[in-house]
Design a protein around this ligand. Structure first.
Ligand code: SF4
Length: 402
């Protein structure tokens, strides 16, 4: 290869220094152009950020209010801030809202969002790898419920759940968790019912992404932030015992739901491998120790898999497991889908409910919303989100257990 005159004449040492300088200057220009994301930053930290920038701290509170109470995601639209500050913010920071890659509208008016988590403004990848997650907006009389994800994919491997087939792609940041609810609220701004419920029941196990989830929840439940009531926000776990214990110590926390889905260890081991680590006895003990507030009940979710965990004997065992707990049960008949399970019959669902209700346990049957757009429970991981799903060969259906 022909050498350029400068390569020929420049001593090796100088060439190295110049190359290093070029690298530094390239890195500088890149880091200078990577804007810091303000979404998910606490009110105190936004106040500190404004002070560092030579602004009064209260500007941080105004920014916080604009993001979470007014749902303004463009600095230019934050009319409570002076124009010069809005310009400075736009130069140095970003509001890292995910991109809405697709919306799927159900006949029941639910909307499933497929969201691509954004990277930094300069096109360079931010500190987090790109990922796609899903959120679901479900309107009903007097309220809307928004189901959000806390991880992209999930490592917990519940066998009845499509998300499990993705494996864990990555944890979401606090901002990425909040953004899902904010997007759905902002999009329906004109038609919102008075009450908003948020359920952390989308992709991921929230208690395995503890800090970002709690950071997001503190903003959601902050009267100066999204101002949701703790009784209207529910975190659902597969049964991560240390996480349950830790959550119980939090001053600000949502309601807790446990995804139970079986009436004994053998059955639960077969569909939820997490049960090997935290078997029912340990899980129920953590539930008994959980410091419920005066208004609060634990929720046990129970996906009814036809012929597997839906017998009256199962119902009696469930009643025994949770007896003495201030709790309710949500029965979720299995949604027909790509996995090798079948829905329970209507008779089995009714019988299961009667057994529990007869033991004084408030029991509700929850039919999943958005089934026609695959937004129902356990369906959040379709080929649009991760093409790998299309290549998975279903395992054999589990045999009914005695
Ligand atoms: S049900 Fe929840 S915890 Fe279990 S694999 Fe699916 S997303 Fe993970």
């Amino acid at each position: 290869m022909m050498k350029s005159p400068s390569d020929i004449s420049m001593p090796r040492q100088i060439q190295d220094v110049t190359h290093a300088e070029k690298q530094v200057s390239h890195a500088d220009s890149r880091s200078a152009s990577v804007k810091r994301d303000v979404l998910g930053v606490s009110r105190d930290d936004l106040r500190a950020l404004m002070e560092e920038a030579g602004e009064p701290a209260y500007r941080g509170s105004q920014l916080y209010h604009a993001l979470y109470a007014e749902w303004r995601f463009d600095f230019a639209s934050m009319s409570s801030l002076p124009a010069a500050l809005r310009q400075r913010l736009a130069n140095d920071f970003r509001v890292g809202m995910p991109e809405i890659s697709q919306r799927f509208r159900s006949s029941d008016e639910s909307v499933r969002y497929l969201l691509t988590l954004t990277t930094a403004d300069d096109g360079q990848q931010g500190s987090e790898a790109p990922a796609r997650v899903e959120a679901v907006f479900m309107p009903s009389d007097g309220r809307q419920t928004i189901c959000i994800s806390t991880q992209a994919g999930c490592a917990v491997d519940c066998h009845f759940c499509l998300t499990a087939q993705l494996g864990l792609v990555r944890n979401l940041t606090a901002g990425e968790i909040l953004a899902q609810a904010l997007i759905a609220l902002e999009e329906h701004r004109e038609s919102l019912a008075p009450r908003t419920n948020v359920v952390l029941m989308g992709q991921g196990e929230p208690l395995l992404n503890y800090e970002p989830v709690m950071a997001a929840l503190r903003i959601m439940l902050d009267p100066n932030g999204m101002a949701l009531a703790p009784r209207h926000v529910t975190l659902s776990t597969s049964g991560i015992v240390p996480g349950i214990e830790r959550l119980g110590q939090e001053k600000i926390r949502p309601k807790l739901a446990i995804s139970l889905n079986a009436s004994n260890d053998k059955e639960r081991d077969a569909i939820m491998p997490i049960n090997h680590k935290y078997p029912l006895a340990a899980l129920l003990e953590a539930c008994r120790e959980y410091p419920l507030r005066s208004w609060e009940r634990l929720t046990f979710e129970y996906v009814l898999l036809g012929g597997f965990n839906d017998s009256p004997e199962d119902a009696r065992r469930v009643a025994g497991l949770i007896s003495g707990l201030r709790a309710k049960v949500n029965l979720i008949p299995w949604n027909p889908g790509e996995l090798p399970y079948r829905p329970p019959t209507a008779e089995r669902v009714a019988e299961f409910r009667e057994v529990l209700s007869g033991r004084g346990i408030p029991t509700f049957v929850r039919y999943s919303r958005g089934q026609d757009v695959c937004a129902a429970c356990g369906q959040l991981a379709l080929s649009e989100a991760a093409p790998v799903v299309a290549t998975i060969t279903p395992a054999s259906p589990p045999a009914p257990l005695a």
